[in-house]
Design a protein around this ligand. Structure first.
Ligand code: HEM
Length: 386
């Protein structure tokens, strides 16, 4: 075989490997470096890398809310809650003024037909709780808050927990997180007057007919001078799951054994800024306070996802046990301070409903908790309203 013949064979082989459309064949560039850059596979790899990086950046920006600054995030919600007066640093961003309590839940066993939750089996279970007023201002006078609350954490022997935050209103003011945000914005301080604009809240309620039952309650319910004579309601619905796996839509209430003693709001204004804590400590000095835990079972027609709607009064109710409150302690050093009463922390046998407020509460409480715990690390435990 002649040398010329070998050259021809090589040319044929090269033509077959790099057809005319191939960039290497067109340029006839045999420099190994240029040839490597000019081939297709590395370009495709580079493009794929760029694509993945851009996709990751977009996904991050999307989840961080950068692509939709109007999207309601826990951070925006909690920021709005923090702008309603006082110095919220180191405190809960809602229900900011409160007092810790400890005691026990004495289950009578009746709840076991509806739920396999271990703390509904007959027995006594430790409780760490908190009474509070629904305000963003940890220094607010008690007489200025219409809504009072009770939060509880009941612990079973196997360490499962049932956390619940309940208000003394019979219904909630709004049914969606978006409306709650709008209502919160209507309570923000006016930068000029340093007071909330009363017209803003009135305007909000007139645009939100679903708030009607709450507003009617707020206008007419008797004021009292005590946490001890109030009923506290879950408002959101939950599912109780029984031992056979059947689910029951329920709401629950803590019903006081003390009758309410109505007084006027102007009388409360004369009592001093912190009369609720004082009243609680004085009552507990003479003995424990008690509430019955009443579970209301829904019927098919009852709404599962709208906390502005009360269920009819004739629904089946079960008294499942007694909360016994024994001691109260200041929040700044008390046992409830570092608890997040997230209502979706539930034991086996209780599940959240699809009420959109529940998921929003969970994420906002976590954000509020993270902020106040980080802030509290920078000042001594005794800092704050009390
Ligand atoms: C979208 C609706 C809601 C949002 C965004 C919201 C937000 C918050 C936040 C941020 C806190 C402070 C949590 C912490 O730092 O531990 C809080 C406390 C509280 N909220 Fe809500 N809330 C909502 C609805 C409700 C409802 C429907 C109830 C009533 C049953 C309720 C009852 C309470 C109670 C009882 C506390 C005080 C908990 C404690 O004492 O630690 N909230 N809320």
């Amino acid at each position: 075989m002649s040398l010329r013949h070998i050259d021809e064979l090589l040319d044929e082989a090269l033509d077959a490997t790099f057809p005319a459309s191939d960039p290497v064949a067109i340029t006839e560039d045999r420099d190994p470096i240029t040839a490597t850059v000019a081939t297709r596979p590395p370009l495709a790899v580079l493009a794929a890398i760029v694509f993945i990086l851009v996709a990751c950046a977009l996904a991050y920006a999307y989840t961080a809310g950068w692509l939709s600054p109007q999207q309601l995030t826990p951070a925006r919600m909690v920021d709005a809650l923090s702008r309603r007066g006082g110095d919220p640093v180191g405190h809960r961003r809602n229900h900011a003024k409160g007092i810790c309590f400890t005691g026990e839940f004495e289950a009578n066993g009746a709840g076991a037909v509806l739920s396999a939750a271990p703390m509904l089996a007959r027995g006594r279970y430790p409780v760490i709780g908190r009474f509070a007023i629904a305000t963003g201002n940890p220094q607010a006078p008690d007489a200025t808050a219409r809504v009072r609350s009770m939060a509880i954490r009941i612990t079973a022997p196997d360490r499962q927990e049932w956390r619940s935050g309940m208000n003394n209103s019979p219904v909630f003011a709004v049914s969606t997180p978006e409306a709650f945000f709008e209502m919160t914005k209507a309570q923000e301080l006016d930068p000029l007057t340093h007071k909330p604009n009363p017209l803003a809240l009135a305007r909000f309620f007139s645009n939100h007919p679903e708030s009607g039952s709450f507003v009617a309650w707020a206008r007419s319910a008797p004021w009292t001078s005590s946490y001890a004579d109030q009923a506290y309601n879950s408002l959101n619905a939950f599912y109780f799951i029984d031992a056979a796996g059947h689910s029951h839509l329920v709401r629950w209430s803590m019903r006081p054994t003390l009758p309410a003693s109505p007084v006027s709001q102007s009388f409360l204004l004369s009592l001093g800024r912190d009369f609720l804590d004082l009243d609680l400590s004085q009552r507990l000095a003479t003995g424990p306070l008690r509430w019955h835990l009443i579970v209301t079972v829904a019927e098919r027609s009852d709404p599962s996802s709208d906390a502005t709607l009360a269920w009819p009064a004739n629904r089946r109710q079960l008294d499942v046990g007694t909360l016994i409150v024994e001691r109260a302690e200041s929040e700044s050093d008390g046992p409830c301070r570092d608890y997040n009463y997230d209502p979706t922390i539930l034991p086996v046998g209780i599940r959240p409903s699809r009420d959109p407020l529940l998921a929003a509460r969970s994420s906002a409480y976590a954000r509020s908790f993270d902020l106040r715990e980080a802030e509290a690390a920078s000042f001594p435990r005794s800092h704050g309203a009390k």
